[in-house]
Design a protein around this ligand. Structure first.
Ligand code: PEP
Ligand code: MN
Length: 349
């Protein structure tokens, strides 16, 4: 931490800051310039926070040098992590050596629709199945998901297709039930800063897919991951899913630079959701190609057997020739980036 004193700060002001820092067991190094002094601090960041340094007389600004998050930071863990998802006998990796393709319907609507979507996903090469049983909808009148019935459908379709399952949990009261049905818990964009929910999934014993809040900075996203990690769960996969900008043509703007940035700042894997970013199917394949090229560890994509009748997010769901084009991209391009297919790695274990 570095403190910049104001030009008007007196020697007593500086001495007082030094005294306060030393009272925590830390060290303070003063360097006096022509106009102002700066003080470098070494010691425990947590105890410096309690000093309320900004309120001390003569202090102009306080600058942090190390990351505010620790457990998920690459400063403390230089090696990038791999998160394994699925039952002990079929674990799918998400990490720096592989590319993981996750696909499925936005929402579980019925057993038939989920089976069809899972078959489409599997034949396109997906190794994990997505599907929402609890849908966080903007309108309270929109389809909210099938709840426990949806979880049961997902579990049985996952088992019959051999695809481990990821689903969203929106309420702390549902964490235990959701965790007992699926292989990975998703925290959606709207709940990224729901700290109680983050702590609860941190204790669930299941890997977590943490989407970036649509209005959140990368630092806020990593702090959200820190909440999960702090409860003992480091099996966290970050997912960039677009942020709000002034551009109305797409639902959100995919922040492609967030992928390598988050990978530089954190050891956690980072995947991309081109479907929820764009909100329109014609951009899903190009954005997937971009995600692979920028170094994403995987993608999560919406598919639906009949987008016209979809109860949620039909306009972004792929099928037919679009899905075949996507399948070709995820089969060919990750190899160019030196990545192995996550499904092949899972089968070889
Ligand atoms: C979803 O994946 O179904 C979803 C609701 O995504 P997001 O939270 O990114 O909007
Ligand atoms: Mn959706």
């Amino acid at each position: 931490m570095v403190i910049v004193m104001s030009p008007a700060a007196t020697d007593e002001d500086i001495a007082h800051v030094v005294e306060r820092v030393e009272s925590t067991g830390g060290q303070a190094f003063v360097s006096k310039g022509v106009n102002r002094a700066i003080i470098g601090l070494i010691g425990d960041l947590e105890s410096f926070h309690h000093l309320n340094l900004r309120t001390l007389r003569g202090v102009a600004t306080v600058h942090r040098i190390s990351d505010p998050y620790k457990l998920v930071s690459r400063q403390h863990h230089p090696q990038r992590s791999t998160v394994w998802v699925g039952p002990a006998d079929h674990q799918v990796p998400i990490g720096p050596d592989t590319f993981t393709f996750i696909a499925g319907p936005c929402a579980v609507e019925s057993a038939e629709q989920t089976v069809s979507a899972a078959r489409m996903a599997a034949s396109a090469g997906a190794t994990l199945l997505r599907g929402g049983a609890y849908k966080p909808r903007t309108s309270p009148y929109a389809f909210q998901g099938l709840g426990v019935e949806g979880l049961e459908i997902l579990r049985s379709v996952g088992l019959s297709t051999g695809l481990p399952v990821v689903t969203e949990v929106v309420d702390v009261r549902d964490v235990e039930t959701v965790a007992s049905h699926v292989d990975m818990l998703q925290i959606g964009t709207r709940n990224m800063a729901n700290f109680g929910l983050l702590q609860e999934v941190g204790q669930s014993g299941k890997p977590v897919l943490l989407k970036r809040g649509m209005n959140s900075t990368i630092e806020e996203w990593l702090m959200a991951a820190e909440y999960i990690a702090q409860r003992g769960n480091l099996d966290i996969v970050l997912c960039e899913r677009g942020i709000r900008t002034f551009e109305p043509t797409t639902r959100n703007t995919l922040d492609i630079s967030a992928v390598p940035l988050a990978q530089t700042l954190s050891h956690l894997p980072v995947i991309v959701d081109p479907s929820h970013a764009a909100g329109r199917k014609d951009l899903v394949v190009p954005l997937t190609r971009a995600a692979i090229a920028v170094g994403a560890d995987g993608v999560i994509v919406d598919v639906h057997p009949d987008p016209e009748t979809a109860l949620c997010d039909g306009p972004q769901a792929l099928l037919g020739s679009d899905l075949r084009e996507l399948a070709q991209a995820v089969r060919q391009l990750p190899k160019v980036m030196g990545r192995h297919d996550a499904g092949a790695v899972a089968r070889a274990r």
